[in-house]
Design a protein around this ligand. Sequence first.
Ligand code: NAD
Length: 296
Amino acid sequence: MTTIAFIGLGNMGIGMASNLAKAGHEVRALDLSKDAIGRAVAAGCTAAKNAKDAVESADVVVTMLPAGAHVKMVYGGEDGVFNYAKAGALMIDCSTIDVASAREVIASAEHKGFAMIDAPVSGGVGGAAAGTLTFMCGGTNEAYSRAQEVLNIMGKNVFHAGDAGNGQVAKICNNMLLGIHMIGTCEAFNLAEKLGLDAQTFYDISSTASGQNWSMTSYCPAPGPVESAPSNRDYEAGFSAAMMLKDLRLAQDAATSARAATPLGTQSEAMYSLMEAAGKDGLDFSGIMKLLNGSL
Ligand code: NAD
């Protein structure tokens, strides 16, 4: 049995921490919200009072927090993990954060003698609860291999993307591509319909032709062709437009600092920010269809 400190028990963290507890590990649960800690205790974790209490006996520290600022504070703040973790503890940050913060926190961990990886996920709340997440990891080979046991309990696919921060790079590049092909797919279905071609017929043709892509065949933004898609539930999320916008903004910040040209990524961010401005970013990210057909 490994003692694991789990910090950040929100929508994602609760399922992940529960799976670690179910696998027989002692999970020391910490969150700013008492209700979140209560849910973790009900799922078999033990409540920690503060960072010291959570991490001082932990072999592994896992975090699942909203953004880079939270991660920097939780690890490096005055009352942070680095001050209380035991020698040799392994740290795994699963949050989706900016690449620069991820690299900064990992460098600081290594400077203090801790092994640490960034390990953002895809798979959503359902994947977190089912233990089927995909992890994209960045860090040394040694830290990555030490993290395997814990990651394999919470996920189904675990990838080593390279050095520190490369997990975040993989995540934002993937999601930028997803945003772009979702918008393109919405445009194609919208145009087809305006020109008198119904969604199912266009789907039957394009899904076996060169326009085929994941947004079309697994998550079709036009109601009808893919039964499980949010478009058949009036675009109830799913993966919300707000979350897509968060990832597109991270991608744009990274592109600016790397001086990489991402004109379609820029345009995708602008499209999703229109959903935010309309107060509709709680809809699924395939709801761009509603922006295009005037039903938002
Ligand atoms: P969430 O807001 O539901 O959970 C975050 C939790 O962190 C909250 O319970 C909050 O109280 C806690 N927290 C914040 N600051 C803290 C601190 N200083 N100390 C202790 N706890 C603190 O968010 P979520 O949906 O669980 O997402 C977590 C991360 O996973 C984000 O980075 C998100 O981008 C990423 N992610 C989410 C999804 C998804 O579908 N929800 C999918 C993939 C990746």
